[in-house]
Design a protein around this ligand. Sequence first.
Ligand SMILES: O=C(O)CCC(=O)C(=O)O
Length: 344
Amino acid sequence: MPKVAALKRLFDANPLLYRTAFGLATFNLDYCKQRLHRSRYPSRFGGLWTDRVDYEEQLRRRLNRGEVAADRVDSLNSWREQGFLKLDNAVDHRLIDDYLGELESLKVRSPSPLCVTSSTLQSPAPFSAEVFSGNASSRIVDDYFYSESARYLLFHSSITEHLSLFLESEPVLTQSLSFETGSEQAVHQDTAFVRMNAPMKFIGVWIALEDIQPGTGELVYYPESHRWPDFLFSRCFKHYDPDRDGEAQLHNWLAWMHEEARDRSQRLSSFFPKKGDVLFWHPALAHGGAPINDDNGTRRSLVSHYCAKGVRPLYHYYKPAQRKRYHWNGCTYTSAYYRSGSAS
Ligand SMILES: O=C(O)CCC(=O)C(=O)O
């Protein structure tokens, strides 16, 4: 163990060595090709086909081949330009009500199989009412592992059709966060925390489980921020590693996003969806949770992240026991928190 710690210190202190070892350990052929053709993407970390500098030509080819339907062009153009896409009334209220009912029954099971994370917990904790309500920005993670009604929502055809269009592959669900109240999370880009072996090949999705009211910690975002220049952690990385990068870089990055917005006169937009509305966002879109001004107001939402099929979340490497992919109804998911055997 001391040897492993010494090795980790050596890598943390040498970002270029770290980058080489990291690239080999988490090798992804598609990402490697993107890196070789860096001029095709605005970011040195590659991206989705909709990010390509020759997007118009790429779109034309896909339309000619029948891979993209003509009635999707407006959505694609807006997604490319803005870095997000809203879908009104995308999922049925009945599915949401089924999910909320099943979630309640999973919470009161003894013991509950669910795990909670939050900004104040040191590590994920088993669900209990005390843990959930006693910590800031609590969220139940990956409940789709136990909840079939969560899977019906998260793999709803209106969601998977758009994900497949943007990712050009089957989407793999890698994480979900179920919120009862706002997260109050600082404005951030998911690329720092939702870590993949192709850092720009995933998408965030927000499902409103009720009508969201102002003051309840609504989702906020800077439109077009997915096109801002790459912020580099330790001069090389798109993702944040607390041991390698330290607190100061995290603070610099958090401040940098607001400076970028100010320089471009870009203002925060707020998302006030109705129950059943959905928002998709690009991995580099700067977004967060607004402060909660109404302490009694809920902000029920189910938030999730999906990568493209050949991509792996980094937890598959640093938690090898969590590498397994699970299949349900023709859809694929994986989880950093739960394992088969414990699934009901
Ligand atoms: O819903 C929120 O308040 C924030 C969610 C979020 O930032 C995320 O999951 O990346």
